[in-house]
Write a protein that binds this ligand. Structure first.
Ligand code: PDD
Length: 286
């Protein structure tokens, strides 16, 4: 049984409880982060901690912990649960006031709630899917306008994953005004004539921590990067496509809406980026 962290306590998962009045439960009034673990160490912890702080700030939500306390909790959970490869899920909500009310509670009376738990994924880095690639469909992006804030409001991404499953594929890319925004839980890229193309950062997409690292490593490896919008048709005609996220790192996309990308197998740019990302991130893992 897992040991999880809830509001200052380490508990067996079946003893960990949050209130029915928690605003995360009633209003999706909360933010989260997913940090990967390789070799028992945290990948890009500081990136995730910085984005968490930004999400909290945008929602005027107080953090119940400092960056150093957060790091200590992550490490303690990795150690108590014996995680070599896996994920750490962290969620902070605006806490549990005495009753349901749309207005934010006074933070002095209602402290934020914090929950963390581990997910053991022994195959995270060696994921065999990366050698085959994934197939996706495109769906309309009907999410709210602040996708740069990593909120727990994940109903539409869940519906998107189910639409993909019903279509017999692995995931979905979302499209707004004719242009791809991002994947249901990842950032989206294409490669054309050696150039890596991905949508620029704005409130329309989550500013992926893996995205930032991958673009940095790509530039360091003298690869060309262009941050601009692209359409599904352009992606279908590209040489390669791929996604990035903390849980998939760099994952090739080999089919979009039934059309093969390139020759329908993972391309060299995505493969190289995955290798560089894993190697460089492991070197500086905490
Ligand atoms: N998802 N875009 C969306 C909509 C996401 O939910 C995620 C992450 C990303 C990639 O961000 P990062 O590289 O920081 O993981 C982009 C996480 C992994 C999840 O919900 O499980």
């Amino acid at each position: 049984m897992r040991t999880v962290y809830v509001n200052g306590e380490y508990l067996p998962e079946n003893e960990a409880k949050v209130s029915i009045f928690d605003r995360g439960f009633l209003m999706a009034d909360g933010v989260y982060e997913v940090t990967s673990v390789l070799d028992g160490k945290l990948i890009d912890f500081d990136g995730h901690a910085a984005r968490l702080e930004r999400s909290l700030g945008e929602l005027e939500m107080a953090s119940p912990v400092t960056r150093d306390e957060l790091l200590a909790i992550h490490r303690e959970l990795v150690s108590r649960n014996g995680i070599d490869q896996g994920l750490i899920y962290l969620q902070i909500t605006r806490g549990a006031p005495a009753d349901r009310d749309f207005a934010f509670p006074d933070p002095d009376e209602t402290p934020s709630s914090i929950v963390l738990f581990t997910q053991n994924k022994p195959d995270l880095a060696g994921n065999p899917v990366a050698r085959k690639g994934i197939r996706i469909i495109s769906i309309e992006d009907v999410r709210w306008g602040r996708r740069d804030i990593k909120t727990v409001q994940l109903l539409y991404p869940s519906m998107g994953k189910m639409m993909a499953r019903k279509a017999g594929v692995d995931d979905a890319w979302m499209v707004q005004d004719g242009y791809v925004t991002e994947g249901t839980s990842n950032n989206a890229y294409i490669v054309k004539d050696g150039k890596i193309i991905t949508r620029e950062r704005s409130n329309d997409i989550l500013h992926g921590i893996t995205r930032a690292a991958v673009l940095r490593f790509a530039a360091e490896a003298q690869m060309q990067v262009e941050e601009r919008n692209f359409t599904v048709a352009e992606a279908q005609a590209a040489d390669e496509a791929f996604i990035t996220s903390a849980s998939t790192f760099v994952m090739p996309v080999v089919e979009i809406d039934g059309t093969q990308v390139g020759d329908g197998t993972p391309g060299p740019v995505a493969a190289r980026l995955r290798e560089i990302y894993l190697e460089e991130s492991r070197k500086v893992a905490l």
